[in-house]
Ligand binder design. Structure first.
Ligand SMILES: [Zn+2]
Length: 219
């Protein structure tokens, strides 16, 4: 069983679970930092409306039950001009995540300390998965201190040395793997990580599926 904690399918951010020939798709929905412009008006009603347009129904609990996680959402400092808006919208996303009990899949570029600040400030308790993590071991340790999960993808291929450092240090019960927009096969990503760690793929499968089970149990 392979869990791809963050990938894209038909313009939708999803979680994929591959079990032999069977593929299960879990839906995630949220407002991505790249979608914002300076004039984006943020309020709980507006954020809900935007998600409603995408088919998330807040009036019945059925649709929210179908939604596995809020994502991808987050903060991106490459887009400095909208950063204040991003913080406001992210805070709304946290509110949704907490009130509907949905884990969050987080996009973070050069804003790890802000993400940690937001977790402290909102006292959020739902699981947060930092997808596409590619920062230092020290940053990772800080995120772990606040109970977050780390998901690795392209860093395994693009920066092996850093990936090895991260994999040496990350507790197995905090790790996820992903393909994001790479077009890779999630099995290859598991193989690559197992190679770098010097462990069996089966071990990773078992451990990461347990981690996924914890996200599910948080609902
Ligand atoms: Zn993505």
């Amino acid at each position: 069983m392979f869990v791809d904690i963050h990938t894209h399918l038909d313009n939708q951010s999803v979680i994929k679970i591959v079990d032999g020939d069977e593929v299960r798709i879990l839906r995630t929905e949220g407002i991505h930092p790249w979608e914002l412009d300076r004039h984006f008006e943020c309020s709980e009603a507006k954020s809900r409306n935007l998600l409603r347009l995408r088919g998330v129904d807040f009036s019945t609990s059925v649709e929210m039950t179908r939604l596995f996680a809020i994502g991808e959402v987050g903060l991106d400092k490459v887009h400095k001009e909208t950063f204040d808006k991003q913080v406001e919208v992210f805070e709304e996303m946290i509110r949704l995540s907490e009130s509907y009990r949905k884990p969050m899949i987080i996009h973070c570029v050069r804003a790890y300390s802000e993400i940690i600040e937001m977790r402290k400030k909102t006292k959020a308790t739902m699981p947060w998965v930092i997808h596409g993590f590619n920062s230092s071991v020290e940053t990772m340790r800080q995120l772990l201190r606040y109970d977050m999960y780390i998901s690795l993808g392209e860093v395994l291929y693009r920066n092996e040395n850093q990936a090895v450092e991260i994999l040496k240090d990350v507790p197995f019960d905090r790790l996820f793997l992903e393909t994001d927009v790479s077009g890779r096969d999630i099995k290859d990503v598991y193989n690559k990580a197992a190679n770098l760690m010097g462990c069996e793929v089966e071990f990773l499968c078992k451990q990461i599926f347990e981690n996924y089970g914890r996200l599910e149990a948080a609902h």
